[in-house]
Every structure is written in C-alpha cells, then in structure tokens.
Write a protein that binds this ligand. Structure first.
Ligand SMILES: [Zn+2]
Length: 184
C-alpha cells in the first residue's frame, strides 16, 4: 500500500488509520472517516459536529417526555453537506443513562429511507453512551446533506424525563480554496 504523503493524510486520524476508542479492547478502532486507509478523500475536509434530536428540529439542548409518553418524534436537519455519525450519546435528567437518577426510555431511530434501526423500540441503556464512553458505530452512518434524521421515543420511568439524545460525527465539508486574509 502506498504511504500517505502530507497532502493525502486523513485529517481525522492524521494518517494513523485508527482513532482512540475507549470501548475497544485495544483502546483503538479503525478510523471510520478514511475507512482505515489513513488517506484522505482529496475533495472533502471533515470537521467535528454534534447534532441533537429536538421537537421539530428546533433550537434546543434537551426535550422533555411526559411520564409514560409514547411515540414522541424528535429530529434534526443536517447542514448542506453530508454528516457521518460515529457516536451515539444521551443523557436523562442531566446524567448518564447508567446513573440511578436517569429515567428509562426507549427509542427507535429512523433513517432517511424510513427504514428503522430496530423492529421494536430499544431500551435507552442499550442505545447510547455518554461523553467518556459513547456508543460507537464501527462504520459511520451517513445522513445526506439537508437530510432529516428522526427518532421516536417512549417514556418508561413513569416520571417526566428530560433527555438529550445526540449523534457525534463529522461534517464532510468540501475542500475550498484558502480564504485571503482580510488584513483586519
Ligand atoms: Zn482516518
């Protein structure tokens, strides 16, 4: 395999072909952006990006589910460029889902083709980690530019449940010519 030169190195793994992953036994996993080649697509400039699900995709950090609420759809719309999600993260009542103060919920993630990620709602503790130990998608999940990503939630704790449910990944911005320094 040809060695990546400076211009071709994947900007996410810096050509190392792997990224740190606390869930992997080795502590590392194949870089999902370059597919473990270490070589960048010369036409894209991946930049970190979080998207979180909210009612109607409105601005907001969290959404509140009423006690025992069912079939509550939340969504986000990505920007002009493809978004490649690699981690799923969530909190309930401001704490990780494994915390005793978290309320149980279930979720069905629905992708662009209206294909569900599951045939039944999946319990929250199986679907998402938190910042220190996110749920990794070994291969990135692509939401096309301007696409809407949806998920449907059910409250299971019997109390109001304030949730943040987010995907972290990379926004595949196009490589553009350097912007001239305005000299301000
Ligand atoms: Zn890479």
């Amino acid at each position: 395999m040809p060695r990546a030169n400076k211009q071709q190195k994947c900007s996410v793994c810096q050509g190392a072909k792997v990224l740190p992953n606390p869930n992997a036994p080795s502590g590392y996993a194949q870089c999902p952006i370059c597919g473990g080649t270490g070589i960048a697509d010369p036409n894209v400039d991946p930049k970190p990006r979080f998207y979180n699900f909210t009612p109607g995709g409105a601005q907001g950090t969290t959404f509140a589910l009423a006690a025992n609420a069912v079939n509550i759809q939340e969504q986000f719309t990505v920007g002009d460029y493809d978004f490649w999600a690699i981690y799923i993260l969530a909190t309930s009542n401001g704490v990780p889902l494994s915390n005793a103060a978290a309320g149980l919920f279930s979720v069905t993630i629905i992708d662009q083709s209206t294909r569900n990620w599951s045939d039944n709602p999946i319990l929250s503790v199986l679907t998402a980690g938190y910042g220190e130990r996110p749920f990794p998608l070994p291969a990135p999940f692509k939401v096309p530019g301007q696409g809407i990503q949806k998920a449907v939630f059910n409250e299971l704790s019997g109390s109001t449940n304030t949730i943040q449910f987010a995907l972290f990944g990379y926004e595949m911005l196009p490589v553009t010519a350097p912007v001239p320094n305005p000299g301000v």
